[in-house]
Design a protein around this ligand. Structure first.
Ligand code: CDP
Length: 793
């Protein structure tokens, strides 16, 4: 699957985009242990912050005594909610327009909530001093079961909000209820199923943290921070703290994975900033693993009723769903403002339907806030899981092959751009070839034969299929903003006199290889080899404004910006070349990094020649300034819509109910492929995520609200031992509106793999008459399913 282009990218005569052998420019530092992460930052006189967290899920704070902690010889400051109230900083806005306590003032609302912080000379002293803080709590009944959150007798969690008398956050709907009802009422077959997408956590390898350095003389704040969106964070800090934006510098150095979890601003960042302001010293705060798992943004937690209507011969007519969304104690969902349920509206999937409708209710519970877009474009993971599971339930009822059912209902290539019944405009797609390729790699017909033979011997083999369409690249600013900040991306390109270039991005890599792929995009457009193009990102003082990296938006938005800024530079280079070659601009053609005079290929100047001329002696064509650089702010016309076909083969041990993923075939279509090796790496990662969510991971709570997933002993993430050798393939359906036809891919596999795996497990359990089982399909859940034990609530 690798090589789409020959070698030779070191010279100008190359085609860097699609180059299968282009290694990652950032890897030499990573594989030598020379990455520079936030926790590597050491500043003179730096102090350390540690946070005291609530031991219970719901309690009124009666009193806090900090005197013993303050007396600790190494402690420099102890701060409580009362101190922050005095500074006007006790509450901060969340990404969805709610407010969240930086430090609890009145009540604690989830186990692990921030109650006070200590700044001390070292990390150990800070932690020790936490134990000297005495908090008296008046414990209240918690709301843990989301289904009971709206009971009239349920305790009101957010009594801090004016007039709030229940735990309701919002109702949201999309699609046409009446039209959908009409289709359901006259359909031959209607299938419904209760489907839960459990609460999971992005659990990046590097936890969250920052070093805040407030300079009292200049009133300047420098913040090294684990942020996926440094520019947006800077603006929010400016608004919340009342500091001028130009006096704040946010630096996101190397980031050890984000997966959506590093999009929100967490109280810890604000605590470190306050710590630096009150002590006048730099202050470092780094979470430990338990803090990360219990208090930073969770993902999913949707309880869905899925319904599908079809004809008896398998024509899908409509889908409908009702969702109860658990948002935790503060509504911290990360999504563009107009989309409180993210992009869940794409739950119509890859199928040509007559109608669709979704109704959703979101509620508060005494759990950590979040709803972050964990490796997905704002709730698309939940949407794809719902539709791909319910389509399989329909196949089960119709006794149809799940592949045949899907192919029969695909949106056809000539229908693109395709407007879904919930209003999304899919830009392009050609689904059947992608599905056929997956079937071919998997050897689908042989697998079904093998399955029949094994079933006859009492073995439990399952084959699961899933097909997804994603919507990535948020987003057109007419529709999408985060807290009022439009989702366009800046990009700047500067070519130096010797023909070496620097491209400055507003997006921020967390390991996706942007230093390589953005150099490839620019190289393709202006002919300078990727090795001569430096990619700068993650520093608000060094890069143009933009909304950051999440929801696979870097390639669709900033990738387009990089291509267009390079074209802008090339346009200027063409004018300079016309002067150098003494011909008109119209007489020049661009070939492999040089402008040639049409009909006289011997007469040419390379981009490097032009760069020197742009900065050198001698006249430039009239009206042209010296230098060779450009800047752009790209506002995407639409999202891009990658798609993919996934096939999973599992074996279940009938004695232990352990699921083993034997094979997994993933065929992805992300339009033009910039770096096939990096794409493959992204897909491998996402598939591994999928194994975790489908089989192992869940952030659960006991009835008192104690988090049961607070360590990696309890919250199981997959390792190489749990995953098979991934088998990947691709098709290419370019995006018609992206300048190089690329669509995002970073999250496709996280979105597409859970339904393929669950569909495979349910298929293996067919002899038991099982149509659905909820994730994570741990041995105990599979065992219960085999024995007909009702599913857990
Ligand atoms: O926003 P994020 O970087 O997480 O996701 P993405 O835009 O899907 O890109 C993930 C990585 O895959 C980046 O290094 C992209 O440049 C690369 N990619 C690619 O090589 N070709 C594509 N069509 C899409 C992404």
């Amino acid at each position: 699957t690798t090589d789409e282009r020959p070698a030779g990218f070191e010279k100008n005569d190359h085609k860097p985009v699609g180059h299968g052998r282009m290694l990652r420019k950032e890897d030499p530092r990573f594989i030598r242990g020379k990455g520079r992460y936030v926790d590597d930052v050491q500043l003179p006189g730096m102090l350390h912050c540690a946070i005291l967290r609530a031991p219970v899920a719901h309690a009124r704070i009666v009193s806090i005594d900090t005197s013993a902690a303050e007396a600790h010889p190494k402690v420099k400051a102890v701060v409580t909610g009362a101190t922050l109230t005095g500074l006007g900083l006790a509450w901060m806005p969340t990404l969805s327009g709610d407010v969240q306590a930086v430090l609890a003032t009145d009540k604690v609302r989830f186990q692990g909530q921030e109650v006070a912080f200590v700044v001390a000379e070292d990390r150990y002293a800070a932690r020790d001093a936490l134990e000297l803080i005495d908090v008296e709590y008046d414990v209240l009944d918690p709301v843990i079961d989301v289904r009971k959150a709206l009971d009239p007798s349920a305790p009101v969690i957010r009594d801090d909000l004016d007039g709030k008398r229940n735990n309701h956050i919002f109702d949201w709907e999309t699609g046409d209820e009446a039209a959908t009802e009409a289709v359901f009422a006259s359909a031959d077959v209607v299938v419904s199923e209760d489907i839960v997408y459990p609460r999971v956590h992005p659990a990046p390898m590097e936890t969250c943290g920052c070093v805040a350095d407030y300079d009292r003389i200049d009133s300047r704040l420098t913040l090294w921070s684990t942020s996926q969106a440094p520019h947006a964070h800077r603006t929010l800090y400016a608004i919340v703290a009342g500091l001028p934006e130009h006096k704040i510098r946010v630096i996101s150095p190397d980031i050890g994975g984000g997966f959506g979890g590093k999009v929100p601003i967490y109280p810890g960042y604000v605590c470190a900033i306050v710590g630096s302001i009150v002590t006048g010293k730099p202050v470092k705060w780094m979470e430990d693993r338990s803090e990360n798992l219990t208090s930073t943004g969770f993902a999913r937690d949707y309880i869905m009723r899925g319904e599908i209507a079809a004809t008896r011969d398998g024509r899908i007519l409509a889908v409908r769903t009702n969702v109860l969304a658990d948002h935790g104690a503060f509504n911290g969902v990360a999504a563009p403002v107009k989309y409180p349920a993210g992009f869940f509206g794409v739950f119509t999937g890859s199928y040509d339907l007559q109608a669709a409708y979704c109704k959703m209710t979101a509620v508060y519970t005494n759990k950590a806030p979040g709803g972050v877009a964990y490796a997905c474009s704002f709730r698309i993971t939940e949407a794809v899981y719902l539709v791909e599971r319910i389509v399989d339930c329909l196949a089960y009822e119709l006794k149809m092959d799940p592949v045949e059912l899907r192919i029969k209902n695909f949106i056809q290539p000539e229908q693109f751009p395709y407007r879904t019944k919930t209003g999304w405009l899919y830009d392009s797609g050609d689904y059947e070839p992608t599905m056929r390729k997956a079937l071919e790699i998997a050897g689908y017909d042989d697998l079904r034969k093998e399955q029949a033979e094994r079933r006859a011997r009492g073995e439990l083999m399952g084959i699961g299929v899933a097909f997804f369409t994603e919507a990535v690249g948020a987003g057109p600013r007419k529709d999408m903003d985060i807290l009022g900040l439009g989702m366009a991306d800046g990009c700047e390109l500067r070519v130096h006199p010797t023909g070496k270039a620097v491209v400055r991005l507003s997006v921020q890599s967390q390991g996706q290889g942007h230093e390589t792929t953005f150099a490839q995009i620019v190289a393709e457009e202006i002919g300078i080899p990727p090795a001569d193009i430096d990619v700068v990102h993650g520093d608000t003082d060094q890069t143009p404004f933009g909304l950051g990296t999440y929801g696979s938006r870097s390639t669709p938005v900033s990738g387009a910006a990089a291509a267009l800024v390079a074209r802008k530079v090339r346009d200027k280079a063409r004018i300079i070349a016309s002067g150098m070659l003494e011909v008109s601009v119209a007489d020049l053609e661009w070939v492999k990094g040089a402008f040639h005079v049409k009909g006289d290929p011997e007469k040419s100047v390379t981009i490097q020649d032009i760069a020197m001329r742009a900065h050198g002696a001698g006249d430039l064509p009239e009206g042209i300034e010296g230098g060779l650089e450009a800047q752009i702010c790209y506002n995407p016309e639409n999202l891009t819509y990658p798609h993919g076909a996934y096939i999973c083969v599992v074996d279940i041990d009938p004695g232990t109910a352990q699921v083993k993923v034997r094979r997994f075939v993933a065929v992805d279509d992300c339009g033009t492929r910039i770096n096939p090796m990096i794409i493959e790496g992204q897909v491998h990662r996402g598939l591994t995520d999928g194994v975790g969510m489908a089989l192992m991971e869940m952030i659960a709570f006991d009835e008192d609200g104690n988090c049961l997933g607070g360590s990696l002993m309890d919250y199981l993430i997959p390792t190489a031992l749990e995953v098979p050798d991934w088998e990947t393939g691709f098709t290419v359906t370019p995006s018609p509106h992206h300048p190089i036809g690329a669509k995002g891919v970073g999250e496709s596999a996280t979105v597409g793999s859970p339904p393929a795996i669950v569909n495979a497990v349910v298929d293996a359990l067919r002899p038991f008459g099982i149509r659905h089982a909820d994730m994570p399909l741990t041995p105990s859940r599979v065992w219960d399913a085999m024995r007909g034990v009702p599913r857990p609530p």
